[in-house]
Design a protein around this ligand. Sequence first.
Ligand code: SAH
Length: 254
Amino acid sequence: MRRGFLLVLIVLLATSCTDGRSDRDTAPDVPATTQTADAADDRAERREEREGMVASQIQDRGVDDPAVLAAMRAVQRHRFVPDGFADQAYRDHPLPIGYGQTISQPYIVALMSSMLGVSAGDRVLEVGTGSGYQAAVLAEMDLVVFTIEIVPELADRASHVLSDLGYGTVTTREGDGYLGWEEEGPFRAIIVTAAPDHVPQPLVRQLAPDGRMVIPIGPVGAVQTLWMFSTDESGALLAQNLGSVRFVPLTRRE
Ligand code: SAH
């Protein structure tokens, strides 16, 4: 176990490209539309690309949770990226999704999903829907997914893509995820895919006993630390450092 975490840490530090700003800044702006091909159009070559992605980017870096690997093989990532980016969808880096935001690197999606400590049927909250890809991965893991996005256009687009692809069990909402989703809590796990500079206390309060939260924390414009918070029997919060990452910042509604 310790060796596994050490490996994860080394990989995270070695792959400076994790999620975000550096890639976002260099990537061209993108059209605000998504792939419109038929939902059944998951050609053999895309499936092969996914197999390769899972083997070389995810398993080789130590993620071995069967539910996560199966989900990463199943979700058509190329359907969640903007027009013109489908051929890059299975590469080892984040991609721009418009509005200055990014879809995370596949490895980071897999790592965060594997750290949630969840089982089929658990309720999970995602803060930062973005493209909807991470939510689809969680849905493929048979989780009951609630996801919040602060950019209305992205929330709208993600909810259409998710329903087009049959992820009807994902509940999406536009709003400020810093505040969580109190009416639907408590959650067995919370995954935050944008970086605040401190732990949002509303999210801590919405964690179920024994729940886990995976969240990047750090100042805007700097490398952040990916944390996994869990609670012990007394309810105290335990923190585990999962390494260095780069996410877009968590923004707040005025
Ligand atoms: N999980 C996404 C990628 C996240 S990018 C995917 O799979 O594609 C981070 C997202 O968090 C962006 O879309 C950004 O608009 C959103 N975000 C930033 N601050 C937020 C907040 N306070 N509440 C909800 N979403 C937020």
